[in-house]
Design a protein around this ligand. Structure first.
Ligand SMILES: [Zn+2]
Ligand SMILES: [Zn+2]
Length: 637
């Protein structure tokens, strides 16, 4: 039988059925096979050895694509499992998927794997790669597969097959050399295609993520198309480790997370709180400039209000509750409800709109212990939250103004960003018509303003679609910051109205939005982005005075007082230590300016600032230094 194959360039050719994907692709473009790891056949990704049985659109999946890289990494996880079983007799295999930056495989083994074992495993992996074993797919009745894995003592694989739905009668296994794994595939054609990999870490993981199950050992690794990409990634990991905000938070004395207080709860130290104050102070001013009103609601609100809003039905698992005088209260996970009560406190006219309520609102959300991470993932945090209530025809210009605000804010901190539009999730409230309207409003605002974006299907909030802004830090890592959510539902549930120009009652639309997001997480991102060397306007300490000997203290003290009086954040290193020691301290604390006070300065009545990058600003009167720092703050440098 003949089949017709269509290529990405719309070229068509006829072959006999049964020809493999790789033969067809190789005949089309010989070079394509060099970097192809799989093929897309009528939209499904399959092995290159896949036999074509019907008319088909075909396209090579290149290792440089997201899908291709993921197939390469998953294939490396097979090779790792193969190596682990060769080196550690009795190790049992479970699952080994590819993940965001690499792959892992979970094993059951009597001994604990150590970093020293990685060398042995990697050595064996290299041998398997050098042998260039093809990945051979074989399909068989599930009973036969159960028998194969039972004989090998692979209880986890047997359990996986037994748990498949009853209507699955055929399963696939893959072999490379003498190693057999249960897998749906696809994989790269052979182990020899693997050019660059590295094992990274080992951690405990419960079988199927359930803590009632046995604890397994998860080995993480990564792989890339070539050595260069792997080297770059490993350097990035090294740099990220140096910038880890938990480590810098300790070294710069910014904050702590204390087990005695509880997981996911941040305790800000003086310098951390000062940094936070500087960010928040800047934000308040920016909001006032843009026509926002500052408001504030209580931490706890009666449970009935959370029922009315839909939070109780849709968000309860993330909320905390408390009893006061036999009345249940919900601790707020979001700031919306008080803002709606403010709106409802008066009759509103179309002339009052838009109303923009801004609150640095502290919220509590129950996050699982396992996901808590320094400042990035916490249980209590403060959002720079606002709710805009406007007429439907004002939506577009309001969204535009928010997008401009985000753009301005990201510029201040030196972040690039990307935009995503998230649509209706599985669990949601509100009518189809409202979702349609809200999604279209967000989409139109992005299009009208020429903002490019990607669509994130099903990732919206339960009450409405949203625009997410993902900032990119100095290491090109992406972090969620601003969001704009469009909501027709809450104004409906709370019966919010305004009197229109026609004298009739109308329903306003609500926008929920944040600019920086959670202040805690934003601070974590900032610490890593700047590697702790904050710009002058954000530095908890802007300059430090270092005395050469004790006789310089009185003069240094007058300089310090003058700086503090002028609003410059000055610190004193007046201890009786060697100057070299004090300079090293100031460098470790990443102080923007060091002012060494010795005979020369004392006699001339000057200061000689030295910048963090080693540049000397030369001797100058203290007033000149004050003006210089003030100007940098003004320019947000
Ligand atoms: Zn596999
Ligand atoms: Zn809200």
């Amino acid at each position: 039988m003949d089949i017709k194959v269509t290529f990405p360039d719309q070229n068509e050719r006829v072959y006999s059925a049964g020809i493999t994907a790789s033969e067809v692709i190789g005949g089309w473009q010989k070079n394509a096979l060099n970097s192809a790891v799989a093929a897309k056949v009528n939209g499904n990704i399959v092995d290159l050895t896949f036999p074509l049985a019907e008319n088909t659109a075909i396209e090579p999946v290149d290792v440089s694509s997201k899908e291709g890289l993921s197939i390469l990494r998953h294939s490396i996880s097979h090779v790792m499992a193969h190596a682990v079983q060769d080196v550690f007799k009795g190790a049992k295999v479970t699952i080994g998927p590819s993940i965001e930056d690499g792959f892992y495989y979970d094993f059951e083994y009597s001994e604990t794997f150590t970093l020293d074992d990685f060398e042995k495993i990697e050595k064996r992996m290299k041998e398997i790669v050098a042998s260039d074993y093809p990945f051979v797919r074989e399909e068989m009745p599930r009973e036969k597969a159960v028998e194969i894995f039972r004989q090998k003592g692979e209880d986890y694989k047997v359990e996986l097959i037994n748990d498949l739905p009853a209507d699955v009668s055929i399963v696939s296994i893959y072999r490379d050399g003498d190693y057999i794994d249960l897998c749906r595939g696809p994989h790269i054609p052979s182990t020899g295609k693997i050019k660059a990999f590295k094992l990274l870490s080992v951690a405990g993981a419960y079988w199927r993520g359930d803590e009632r199950n046995k604890m397994l050992q998860r080995i993480y690794g990564t792989g890339f198309a070539d050595r260069k990409q792997l080297e770059d990634y490993l350097n990035l990991l090294e740099e990220a480790k140096k910038r880890d905000h938990r480590r810098l938070g300790r070294e710069l004395d910014l904050f702590q997370v204390n087990d005695e207080a509880g997981a996911g709860l941040i305790i800000f130290h003086p310098k951390g709180m000062l940094l936070r104050y500087l960010i928040e102070d800047w934000e308040r001013k920016e909001h006032l400039k843009r026509g926002y009103d500052m408001v504030m609601g209580p931490q706890i609100l009666k449970v009935d209000l959370w029922k009315k809003s839909g939070h109780f039905d849709h968000y309860r698992d993330n909320m905390y509750f408390t009893e006061v005088d036999e009345q249940t209260y919900g601790i707020k996970p979001m700031n919306c409800l008080s803002h709606m009560l403010i709106y409802k406190s008066k009759i509103r006219s179309y002339r009052d709109l838009p109303l923009r309520y801004f609150e640095l609102g502290t919220v509590h959300r129950h996050e699982k212990t396992g996901v808590l991470h320094g400042l990035m993932r916490v249980r209590q945090f403060t959002q720079d939250d606002a709710h805009i209530l406007c007429a439907p025809e004002q939506l577009n210009s309001e969204i535009r103004a928010i997008a401009d605000f985000v753009n301005y804010a990201m510029g201040i901190f030196g972040f690039e960003y990307e935009v995503e539009l998230s649509t209706r999730p599985e669990h949601s409230i509100g009518s189809d018509a409202d979702w349609e309207l809200a999604t279209r409003a967000l989409e139109n605002a992005l299009k009208d303003n020429g903002i490019s974006y990607e669509v994130n299907e099903g990732d919206g909030a339960f009450y409405g679609p949203k625009i997410d802004f993902k900032l990119k830090d100095a290491l090109k890592r992406k972090w969620q910051c601003a969001t704009i959510q469009c909501d027709f539902t809450l104004p409906e549930r709370f019966d919010l109205n305004y009197i229109g120009a026609d004298g009739e009652k109308h329903r306003p639309v609500m926008l929920h939005r944040v600019i920086l997001g959670a202040i805690e997480r934003f601070m974590g991102v900032l610490i890593e982005h700047y590697a702790g060397a904050f710009p002058v306007w954000l530095s908890p300490t802007q300059c430090v005075l270092l005395t050469v000997t004790d006789k310089h203290i009185p003069y240094a003290q007058t300089i310090h007082e003058r700086l503090i009086e002028a609003g410059i954040r000055s610190e004193k290193y007046f201890e009786n230590e060697k100057l070299g020691y004090k300079i090293r301290q100031a460098q470790m604390q990443k102080m923007p300016y060091m002012l060494v006070i010795g005979d020369k300065e004392m006699e001339a009545g000057t200061v000689s600032p030295r910048a963090r990058d080693g540049q000397n600003l030369g001797a100058m009167p203290v007033e000149q230094f004050i003006a210089f720092v003030q100007e940098m703050c003004e320019k947000k440098q």
